[in-house]
Design a protein around this ligand. Structure first.
Ligand SMILES: *Cc1c(COP(=O)(O)O)cnc(C)c1O
Length: 483
Protein backbone atom coordinates (compact mmCIF):
# COMPACT_ATOMS: atom_id res chain seq x y z
CA UNK A 1 0.00 0.00 0.00
CA UNK A 2 1.31 3.42 -0.97
CA UNK A 3 0.31 6.85 0.24
CA UNK A 4 -0.06 9.90 -1.95
CA UNK A 5 -0.10 13.59 -1.05
CA UNK A 6 -3.42 15.40 -1.53
CA UNK A 7 -1.46 18.25 -3.15
CA UNK A 8 0.97 16.41 -5.39
CA UNK A 9 0.18 13.09 -7.08
CA UNK A 10 3.87 12.50 -7.80
CA UNK A 11 4.63 12.45 -4.07
CA UNK A 12 4.00 8.77 -3.39
CA UNK A 13 5.44 7.21 -0.23
CA UNK A 14 5.28 4.07 1.81
CA UNK A 15 3.48 3.97 5.15
CA UNK A 16 6.63 4.38 7.26
CA UNK A 17 7.60 7.57 5.50
CA UNK A 18 4.07 8.99 5.76
CA UNK A 19 3.85 8.13 9.46
CA UNK A 20 7.29 9.53 10.31
CA UNK A 21 6.85 12.78 8.36
CA UNK A 22 3.11 13.37 8.88
CA UNK A 23 2.78 16.15 6.29
CA UNK A 24 4.05 16.06 2.73
CA UNK A 25 6.61 18.65 1.61
CA UNK A 26 3.98 20.71 -0.17
CA UNK A 27 1.78 20.89 2.94
CA UNK A 28 -0.54 18.14 1.70
CA UNK A 29 -1.83 15.20 3.68
CA UNK A 30 -1.02 11.60 2.85
CA UNK A 31 -3.90 9.34 1.87
CA UNK A 32 -3.96 5.67 0.85
CA UNK A 33 -3.66 5.35 -2.95
CA UNK A 34 -6.66 3.06 -2.96
CA UNK A 35 -8.97 1.30 -0.54
CA UNK A 36 -9.13 -2.48 -0.24
CA UNK A 37 -12.71 -3.67 -0.82
CA UNK A 38 -14.30 -6.38 1.28
CA UNK A 39 -16.74 -8.84 -0.29
CA UNK A 40 -19.84 -10.11 1.51
CA UNK A 41 -17.89 -13.24 2.36
CA UNK A 42 -15.00 -11.20 3.80
CA UNK A 43 -17.45 -9.21 5.93
CA UNK A 44 -19.02 -12.42 7.21
CA UNK A 45 -15.62 -13.68 8.22
CA UNK A 46 -14.61 -10.44 9.91
CA UNK A 47 -17.91 -10.18 11.77
CA UNK A 48 -17.01 -12.76 14.40
CA UNK A 49 -13.57 -11.39 15.31
CA UNK A 50 -12.75 -9.71 18.60
CA UNK A 51 -11.56 -6.10 18.51
CA UNK A 52 -7.83 -6.67 18.30
CA UNK A 53 -8.08 -9.47 15.71
CA UNK A 54 -10.36 -7.32 13.58
CA UNK A 55 -7.93 -4.43 13.97
CA UNK A 56 -5.11 -6.63 12.72
CA UNK A 57 -7.08 -7.89 9.69
CA UNK A 58 -7.88 -4.33 8.63
CA UNK A 59 -4.58 -2.61 9.42
CA UNK A 60 -2.41 -5.28 7.81
CA UNK A 61 -3.94 -4.19 4.47
CA UNK A 62 -2.73 -0.63 4.98
CA UNK A 63 0.52 -1.43 6.74
CA UNK A 64 1.55 -4.41 4.62
CA UNK A 65 5.20 -3.33 4.79
CA UNK A 66 5.41 -4.16 8.50
CA UNK A 67 6.10 -7.65 9.71
CA UNK A 68 2.73 -9.21 10.54
CA UNK A 69 3.83 -10.48 13.92
CA UNK A 70 5.21 -7.07 14.85
CA UNK A 71 1.94 -5.44 13.86
CA UNK A 72 -0.10 -7.98 15.79
CA UNK A 73 2.08 -7.49 18.83
CA UNK A 74 1.74 -3.69 18.58
CA UNK A 75 -2.04 -3.93 18.47
CA UNK A 76 -2.18 -6.28 21.46
CA UNK A 77 0.07 -3.99 23.48
CA UNK A 78 -1.79 -0.82 22.55
CA UNK A 79 -5.24 -2.08 23.43
CA UNK A 80 -3.91 -4.02 26.40
CA UNK A 81 -3.74 -0.63 28.12
CA UNK A 82 -7.52 -0.41 28.10
CA UNK A 83 -8.57 -1.73 31.48
CA UNK A 84 -12.21 -2.70 31.49
CA UNK A 85 -13.07 -2.96 27.79
CA UNK A 86 -11.89 -1.57 24.47
CA UNK A 87 -15.24 -0.11 23.42
CA UNK A 88 -18.72 -0.07 24.98
CA UNK A 89 -22.27 -0.01 23.62
CA UNK A 90 -25.48 1.56 24.82
CA UNK A 91 -28.67 0.89 22.92
CA UNK A 92 -31.32 3.60 22.93
CA UNK A 93 -34.24 2.47 20.72
CA UNK A 94 -32.99 2.47 17.11
CA UNK A 95 -29.77 4.23 18.08
CA UNK A 96 -26.70 2.36 19.23
CA UNK A 97 -24.17 4.51 21.01
CA UNK A 98 -20.60 3.39 20.47
CA UNK A 99 -18.58 4.38 23.54
CA UNK A 100 -14.99 5.08 22.54
CA UNK A 101 -13.85 6.45 25.88
CA UNK A 102 -12.63 3.38 27.74
CA UNK A 103 -8.96 4.08 27.04
CA UNK A 104 -6.32 5.50 29.42
CA UNK A 105 -7.36 9.17 29.04
CA UNK A 106 -11.15 8.77 28.68
CA UNK A 107 -11.61 10.12 25.14
CA UNK A 108 -11.78 8.50 21.72
CA UNK A 109 -8.33 9.86 20.87
CA UNK A 110 -6.95 6.87 22.79
CA UNK A 111 -8.31 4.53 20.11
CA UNK A 112 -5.61 5.63 17.69
CA UNK A 113 -3.03 7.31 19.89
CA UNK A 114 -2.44 4.20 21.97
CA UNK A 115 -1.24 2.53 18.80
CA UNK A 116 0.63 5.42 17.17
CA UNK A 117 3.90 5.11 19.18
CA UNK A 118 4.14 1.47 18.13
CA UNK A 119 3.49 2.36 14.49
CA UNK A 120 6.21 5.01 14.71
CA UNK A 121 8.57 2.47 16.19
CA UNK A 122 7.88 0.03 13.36
CA UNK A 123 8.39 2.87 10.87
CA UNK A 124 11.74 3.76 12.45
CA UNK A 125 12.80 0.14 12.16
CA UNK A 126 11.59 -0.16 8.56
CA UNK A 127 13.32 3.02 7.41
CA UNK A 128 16.42 2.24 9.45
CA UNK A 129 15.90 5.71 10.84
CA UNK A 130 18.61 7.12 13.12
CA UNK A 131 17.20 10.42 14.30
CA UNK A 132 15.15 11.35 17.33
CA UNK A 133 11.53 12.33 16.89
CA UNK A 134 9.92 15.51 18.18
CA UNK A 135 6.17 15.02 18.20
CA UNK A 136 4.35 18.34 17.88
CA UNK A 137 0.70 18.31 18.80
CA UNK A 138 -1.98 20.95 18.83
CA UNK A 139 -4.92 20.05 20.99
CA UNK A 140 -8.41 21.24 21.70
CA UNK A 141 -8.25 19.15 24.86
CA UNK A 142 -8.26 15.41 24.32
CA UNK A 143 -5.49 14.76 21.82
CA UNK A 144 -3.05 16.45 24.20
CA UNK A 145 -3.47 14.12 27.12
CA UNK A 146 -3.90 11.05 24.94
CA UNK A 147 -0.64 11.71 23.09
CA UNK A 148 1.22 12.63 26.29
CA UNK A 149 0.23 9.31 27.85
CA UNK A 150 0.99 7.41 24.65
CA UNK A 151 4.46 8.90 24.11
CA UNK A 152 5.51 9.41 27.72
CA UNK A 153 9.01 7.95 28.25
CA UNK A 154 9.10 6.42 24.76
CA UNK A 155 12.77 6.27 23.80
CA UNK A 156 14.27 8.67 21.23
CA UNK A 157 11.07 10.71 21.31
CA UNK A 158 10.05 14.06 22.76
CA UNK A 159 6.42 15.08 22.91
CA UNK A 160 5.30 18.71 22.86
CA UNK A 161 1.66 19.71 23.29
CA UNK A 162 0.19 23.15 22.59
CA UNK A 163 -3.27 23.91 23.91
CA UNK A 164 -5.35 27.12 23.91
CA UNK A 165 -5.10 28.65 27.43
CA UNK A 166 -8.82 29.24 27.78
CA UNK A 167 -10.02 26.74 25.24
CA UNK A 168 -10.06 23.45 27.14
CA UNK A 169 -12.10 22.21 30.08
CA UNK A 170 -10.70 22.45 33.60
CA UNK A 171 -10.34 18.68 33.80
CA UNK A 172 -8.64 18.45 30.41
CA UNK A 173 -6.19 21.14 31.55
CA UNK A 174 -5.45 19.35 34.82
CA UNK A 175 -5.01 16.04 33.03
CA UNK A 176 -2.33 17.56 30.81
CA UNK A 177 -0.62 19.70 33.44
CA UNK A 178 -0.10 16.73 35.78
CA UNK A 179 1.54 14.48 33.18
CA UNK A 180 4.78 12.90 34.36
CA UNK A 181 7.57 11.61 32.12
CA UNK A 182 10.99 12.97 31.21
CA UNK A 183 10.12 13.73 27.58
CA UNK A 184 6.78 15.53 28.00
CA UNK A 185 6.37 19.26 27.31
CA UNK A 186 3.06 21.07 27.66
CA UNK A 187 2.38 24.74 26.90
CA UNK A 188 -0.73 26.86 27.23
CA UNK A 189 -0.88 29.16 24.21
CA UNK A 190 -2.45 32.62 24.22
CA UNK A 191 -4.78 31.96 21.30
CA UNK A 192 -7.38 29.44 20.19
CA UNK A 193 -7.08 25.91 18.86
CA UNK A 194 -6.82 27.05 15.25
CA UNK A 195 -3.80 29.18 16.22
CA UNK A 196 -2.14 26.15 17.80
CA UNK A 197 -2.89 23.93 14.81
CA UNK A 198 -1.71 26.58 12.35
CA UNK A 199 1.52 26.97 14.31
CA UNK A 200 2.23 23.25 14.19
CA UNK A 201 1.64 23.21 10.43
CA UNK A 202 3.85 26.28 9.99
CA UNK A 203 6.71 24.66 11.86
CA UNK A 204 6.37 21.58 9.64
CA UNK A 205 6.68 23.77 6.56
CA UNK A 206 9.42 26.05 7.92
CA UNK A 207 12.81 25.16 6.43
CA UNK A 208 14.74 27.01 9.10
CA UNK A 209 13.00 25.03 11.84
CA UNK A 210 13.45 21.79 9.94
CA UNK A 211 17.17 22.46 9.47
CA UNK A 212 17.53 23.37 13.10
CA UNK A 213 15.87 20.11 14.08
CA UNK A 214 18.07 18.24 11.63
CA UNK A 215 21.27 19.77 13.08
CA UNK A 216 20.15 18.58 16.49
CA UNK A 217 19.43 15.11 15.12
CA UNK A 218 15.63 15.43 15.22
CA UNK A 219 12.72 15.33 12.81
CA UNK A 220 9.27 16.70 13.52
CA UNK A 221 6.30 14.39 13.48
CA UNK A 222 2.70 14.83 14.51
CA UNK A 223 0.23 13.04 16.71
CA UNK A 224 -2.68 15.01 15.24
CA UNK A 225 -5.00 13.38 12.77
CA UNK A 226 -3.00 14.94 9.94
CA UNK A 227 -0.81 11.85 10.54
CA UNK A 228 -2.23 8.94 8.56
CA UNK A 229 -1.05 6.59 11.33
CA UNK A 230 -3.51 8.31 13.60
CA UNK A 231 -6.41 8.07 11.19
CA UNK A 232 -6.38 4.51 9.87
CA UNK A 233 -6.78 2.70 13.23
CA UNK A 234 -10.06 4.60 13.59
CA UNK A 235 -11.57 2.71 10.65
CA UNK A 236 -11.68 -0.41 12.79
CA UNK A 237 -14.37 0.62 15.26
CA UNK A 238 -16.87 1.36 12.50
CA UNK A 239 -16.59 -2.25 11.36
CA UNK A 240 -16.72 -3.55 14.91
CA UNK A 241 -19.82 -1.50 15.75
CA UNK A 242 -21.58 -2.45 12.51
CA UNK A 243 -21.11 -6.13 13.26
CA UNK A 244 -22.51 -5.72 16.80
CA UNK A 245 -25.57 -3.89 15.48
CA UNK A 246 -26.20 -6.57 12.86
CA UNK A 247 -25.94 -9.21 15.60
CA UNK A 248 -28.15 -7.48 18.14
CA UNK A 249 -30.85 -6.40 15.71
CA UNK A 250 -30.99 -9.68 13.79
CA UNK A 251 -30.09 -7.89 10.59
CA UNK A 252 -28.38 -9.36 7.54
CA UNK A 253 -24.77 -8.74 6.72
CA UNK A 254 -25.34 -6.22 3.89
CA UNK A 255 -28.16 -4.28 5.61
CA UNK A 256 -27.30 -0.62 5.92
CA UNK A 257 -27.05 1.63 8.93
CA UNK A 258 -26.70 5.41 9.33
CA UNK A 259 -23.88 7.01 11.31
CA UNK A 260 -23.65 10.31 13.18
CA UNK A 261 -20.27 11.65 14.34
CA UNK A 262 -19.43 14.66 16.54
CA UNK A 263 -16.96 16.46 14.32
CA UNK A 264 -14.11 18.93 14.75
CA UNK A 265 -11.09 18.17 12.61
CA UNK A 266 -13.10 15.72 10.47
CA UNK A 267 -10.80 12.81 11.38
CA UNK A 268 -13.28 10.57 13.13
CA UNK A 269 -15.98 10.86 10.50
CA UNK A 270 -13.44 10.48 7.69
CA UNK A 271 -12.42 7.11 9.13
CA UNK A 272 -16.08 6.10 8.83
CA UNK A 273 -16.18 7.32 5.24
CA UNK A 274 -13.04 5.28 4.55
CA UNK A 275 -14.77 2.25 6.09
CA UNK A 276 -17.62 2.76 3.60
CA UNK A 277 -15.04 2.92 0.79
CA UNK A 278 -14.01 -0.56 1.93
CA UNK A 279 -17.63 -1.68 1.48
CA UNK A 280 -18.89 -1.39 5.03
CA UNK A 281 -22.66 -1.05 4.49
CA UNK A 282 -23.28 2.49 5.68
CA UNK A 283 -26.12 4.42 4.08
CA UNK A 284 -25.81 7.99 5.41
CA UNK A 285 -23.35 10.04 7.42
CA UNK A 286 -24.28 12.98 9.59
CA UNK A 287 -21.55 15.52 10.33
CA UNK A 288 -22.57 16.85 13.74
CA UNK A 289 -21.15 20.17 14.96
CA UNK A 290 -21.54 22.53 17.88
CA UNK A 291 -22.20 26.28 17.51
CA UNK A 292 -18.93 26.58 15.59
CA UNK A 293 -20.94 25.34 12.65
CA UNK A 294 -18.58 25.96 9.70
CA UNK A 295 -19.03 22.40 8.52
CA UNK A 296 -22.84 22.54 8.73
CA UNK A 297 -22.77 25.65 6.57
CA UNK A 298 -20.28 24.08 4.18
CA UNK A 299 -22.41 21.01 3.53
CA UNK A 300 -25.53 23.14 3.16
CA UNK A 301 -24.15 26.00 1.04
CA UNK A 302 -20.90 24.62 -0.47
CA UNK A 303 -19.13 27.65 1.01
CA UNK A 304 -16.47 27.03 3.62
CA UNK A 305 -16.18 30.22 5.60
CA UNK A 306 -13.80 30.21 8.55
CA UNK A 307 -13.98 34.01 8.87
CA UNK A 308 -16.04 34.12 12.03
CA UNK A 309 -15.44 34.26 15.74
CA UNK A 310 -14.63 31.03 17.46
CA UNK A 311 -17.27 30.44 20.10
CA UNK A 312 -16.33 28.77 23.36
CA UNK A 313 -18.78 25.93 23.88
CA UNK A 314 -19.28 23.10 26.35
CA UNK A 315 -17.76 20.76 23.75
CA UNK A 316 -14.26 22.30 23.55
CA UNK A 317 -12.78 19.43 21.55
CA UNK A 318 -15.00 20.56 18.66
CA UNK A 319 -14.25 24.29 18.95
CA UNK A 320 -12.48 24.39 15.61
CA UNK A 321 -12.88 26.56 12.52
CA UNK A 322 -10.22 25.03 10.27
CA UNK A 323 -11.02 21.37 9.91
CA UNK A 324 -7.84 19.82 8.58
CA UNK A 325 -9.07 16.42 7.41
CA UNK A 326 -11.70 17.97 5.20
CA UNK A 327 -8.86 18.20 2.69
CA UNK A 328 -8.63 14.41 2.62
CA UNK A 329 -12.38 14.13 2.10
CA UNK A 330 -12.35 16.61 -0.78
CA UNK A 331 -9.49 14.69 -2.33
CA UNK A 332 -11.46 11.46 -2.03
CA UNK A 333 -14.30 13.10 -3.93
CA UNK A 334 -12.26 14.57 -6.79
CA UNK A 335 -8.80 12.84 -6.77
CA UNK A 336 -7.52 16.06 -8.33
CA UNK A 337 -4.50 17.66 -6.67
CA UNK A 338 -4.93 20.88 -8.70
CA UNK A 339 -8.37 21.45 -7.27
CA UNK A 340 -7.11 20.76 -3.75
CA UNK A 341 -4.17 23.16 -4.12
CA UNK A 342 -6.46 25.87 -5.43
CA UNK A 343 -9.04 25.49 -2.68
CA UNK A 344 -6.51 25.18 0.15
CA UNK A 345 -4.66 28.27 -1.06
CA UNK A 346 -7.91 30.19 -1.15
CA UNK A 347 -8.63 29.03 2.38
CA UNK A 348 -5.19 30.06 3.54
CA UNK A 349 -5.33 33.48 1.88
CA UNK A 350 -8.96 34.48 2.30
CA UNK A 351 -10.28 32.18 5.03
CA UNK A 352 -12.87 30.88 2.57
CA UNK A 353 -13.39 28.64 -0.41
CA UNK A 354 -16.29 27.35 -2.44
CA UNK A 355 -16.87 23.81 -3.59
CA UNK A 356 -17.97 23.81 -7.21
CA UNK A 357 -19.76 20.47 -7.36
CA UNK A 358 -22.61 19.06 -5.30
CA UNK A 359 -21.83 16.76 -2.40
CA UNK A 360 -22.65 13.08 -2.67
CA UNK A 361 -26.10 12.40 -1.25
CA UNK A 362 -24.83 10.11 1.53
CA UNK A 363 -23.63 12.99 3.69
CA UNK A 364 -25.47 15.75 5.52
CA UNK A 365 -24.67 18.06 8.41
CA UNK A 366 -26.42 19.43 11.45
CA UNK A 367 -25.37 21.47 14.45
CA UNK A 368 -26.57 21.67 18.03
CA UNK A 369 -26.85 24.81 20.15
CA UNK A 370 -25.96 24.82 23.85
CA UNK A 371 -29.67 24.52 24.62
CA UNK A 372 -29.99 21.50 22.31
CA UNK A 373 -27.04 19.90 24.11
CA UNK A 374 -28.55 20.46 27.56
CA UNK A 375 -31.94 19.14 26.52
CA UNK A 376 -30.39 16.10 24.88
CA UNK A 377 -28.37 15.25 28.00
CA UNK A 378 -31.41 15.73 30.21
CA UNK A 379 -33.77 13.72 28.03
CA UNK A 380 -31.31 10.85 27.55
CA UNK A 381 -31.05 10.63 31.32
CA UNK A 382 -34.85 10.59 31.73
CA UNK A 383 -35.56 8.20 28.86
CA UNK A 384 -32.62 5.83 29.04
CA UNK A 385 -31.05 6.45 32.43
CA UNK A 386 -27.86 7.28 30.56
CA UNK A 387 -25.47 10.22 30.92
CA UNK A 388 -23.78 11.52 27.79
CA UNK A 389 -20.96 13.99 27.55
CA UNK A 390 -21.67 17.19 25.55
CA UNK A 391 -19.73 16.05 22.44
CA UNK A 392 -21.60 12.76 22.24
CA UNK A 393 -24.89 14.56 22.89
CA UNK A 394 -24.35 16.65 19.75
CA UNK A 395 -24.10 13.56 17.56
CA UNK A 396 -27.07 11.98 19.32
CA UNK A 397 -29.13 15.13 18.82
CA UNK A 398 -28.30 15.25 15.10
CA UNK A 399 -29.25 11.59 14.63
CA UNK A 400 -32.38 11.69 16.75
CA UNK A 401 -33.76 14.40 14.49
CA UNK A 402 -33.11 12.40 11.36
CA UNK A 403 -33.69 8.80 12.36
CA UNK A 404 -34.56 6.52 9.45
CA UNK A 405 -33.13 3.10 10.26
CA UNK A 406 -30.87 1.35 12.77
CA UNK A 407 -28.18 3.90 13.47
CA UNK A 408 -24.82 4.32 15.06
CA UNK A 409 -23.86 7.36 17.13
CA UNK A 410 -20.20 7.84 17.98
CA UNK A 411 -19.72 8.73 21.62
CA UNK A 412 -16.33 10.34 22.06
CA UNK A 413 -15.70 11.23 25.70
CA UNK A 414 -16.48 10.07 29.20
CA UNK A 415 -19.08 12.22 30.93
CA UNK A 416 -16.62 12.67 33.80
CA UNK A 417 -14.45 14.93 31.64
CA UNK A 418 -17.22 17.54 31.46
CA UNK A 419 -19.11 17.44 34.76
CA UNK A 420 -20.22 21.08 34.87
CA UNK A 421 -22.25 21.17 31.69
CA UNK A 422 -23.83 17.83 32.53
CA UNK A 423 -24.82 18.88 36.06
CA UNK A 424 -26.32 22.09 34.67
CA UNK A 425 -28.21 20.09 32.05
CA UNK A 426 -29.61 17.89 34.82
CA UNK A 427 -30.75 21.10 36.52
CA UNK A 428 -28.27 20.70 39.37
CA UNK A 429 -25.89 23.34 40.66
CA UNK A 430 -22.22 22.65 39.92
CA UNK A 431 -19.83 23.48 42.75
CA UNK A 432 -16.52 25.36 42.42
CA UNK A 433 -14.77 22.19 43.57
CA UNK A 434 -14.23 19.72 40.70
CA UNK A 435 -14.11 16.74 43.00
CA UNK A 436 -17.50 17.53 44.48
CA UNK A 437 -18.90 17.76 40.95
CA UNK A 438 -17.44 14.41 40.01
CA UNK A 439 -18.96 12.91 43.15
CA UNK A 440 -22.34 14.40 42.38
CA UNK A 441 -22.20 13.19 38.79
CA UNK A 442 -21.37 9.68 39.95
CA UNK A 443 -24.86 9.41 41.49
CA UNK A 444 -26.31 9.70 38.00
CA UNK A 445 -23.75 8.03 35.75
CA UNK A 446 -23.86 4.29 35.12
CA UNK A 447 -20.19 3.81 35.96
CA UNK A 448 -17.84 5.01 38.71
CA UNK A 449 -15.41 7.93 38.56
CA UNK A 450 -12.47 6.60 36.50
CA UNK A 451 -9.15 6.21 38.36
CA UNK A 452 -7.49 8.66 35.97
CA UNK A 453 -9.64 11.46 37.43
CA UNK A 454 -9.65 10.44 41.07
CA UNK A 455 -7.40 12.57 43.18
CA UNK A 456 -6.66 14.89 40.27
CA UNK A 457 -6.51 17.85 42.63
CA UNK A 458 -3.74 16.32 44.70
CA UNK A 459 -1.56 15.46 41.74
CA UNK A 460 1.37 17.77 41.24
CA UNK A 461 1.10 20.43 38.53
CA UNK A 462 4.23 19.84 36.47
CA UNK A 463 3.55 22.02 33.44
CA UNK A 464 2.54 25.64 33.91
CA UNK A 465 4.22 27.64 31.17
CA UNK A 466 2.09 30.04 29.13
CA UNK A 467 3.43 31.19 25.76
CA UNK A 468 2.33 33.76 23.24
CA UNK A 469 2.10 32.55 19.64
CA UNK A 470 5.41 34.10 18.60
CA UNK A 471 7.35 32.44 21.42
CA UNK A 472 6.57 28.91 20.29
CA UNK A 473 9.38 28.42 17.76
CA UNK A 474 12.07 29.61 20.20
CA UNK A 475 10.74 27.33 22.92
CA UNK A 476 10.80 24.34 20.63
CA UNK A 477 14.35 25.15 19.60
CA UNK A 478 15.45 25.07 23.25
CA UNK A 479 13.83 21.66 23.62
CA UNK A 480 15.66 20.36 20.55
CA UNK A 481 18.98 21.74 21.81
CA UNK A 482 18.74 20.21 25.23
CA UNK A 483 18.92 16.67 23.96
C1 LIG B 1 -11.36 15.27 19.01
C2 LIG B 1 -12.75 15.11 19.51
C3 LIG B 1 -13.87 15.22 18.65
C4 LIG B 1 -13.73 15.58 17.20
O1 LIG B 1 -13.09 14.60 16.44
P1 LIG B 1 -12.42 14.96 15.03
O2 LIG B 1 -11.73 13.73 14.59
O3 LIG B 1 -11.50 16.10 15.30
O4 LIG B 1 -13.54 15.36 14.13
C5 LIG B 1 -15.12 15.01 19.19
N1 LIG B 1 -15.29 14.73 20.50
C6 LIG B 1 -14.26 14.61 21.34
C7 LIG B 1 -14.53 14.32 22.77
C8 LIG B 1 -12.96 14.79 20.90
O5 LIG B 1 -11.93 14.67 21.74
Amino acid sequence: MKYVSTRNNKDIQNASFAILNSLSKDGGLYVPENFPKFSKKDLEKLSSLNYTDLCFEILKLFFDEFDENDLKDAIEKAYGKFKEKIVGFKKMDAITNLELFWGPTLAFKDMALSLLPYLLKLSVKKENFKKNIMILTATSGDTGKASLEAFKDVENTEITVLYPTDGVSEIQKLQMATTTGKNTHVYAIKGNFDDCQRKVKEIFENDEMKNFADENNFIFSSANSINIGRLLPQIVYYFYAYFRIIENENMNILDKIDVSVPTGNFGDILAGIYAKEMNLPIKNFIVASNSNNVLTDFFNTKIYDSKRNLIKTSSPSMDILISSNLERYLYLLCKDTNVINKKMNELKNTGKFKRDLDFPDDISAKFATEKDVSETIYNAYLSYNYIMDPHSAIAFFAMKNNLKRQSLVISTASCYKFPNKILESLKLDPDKDIEKNLQLLSFYATYEIPDELKDLKNKKILHKEILSKNEIEEKIKTLLEKK
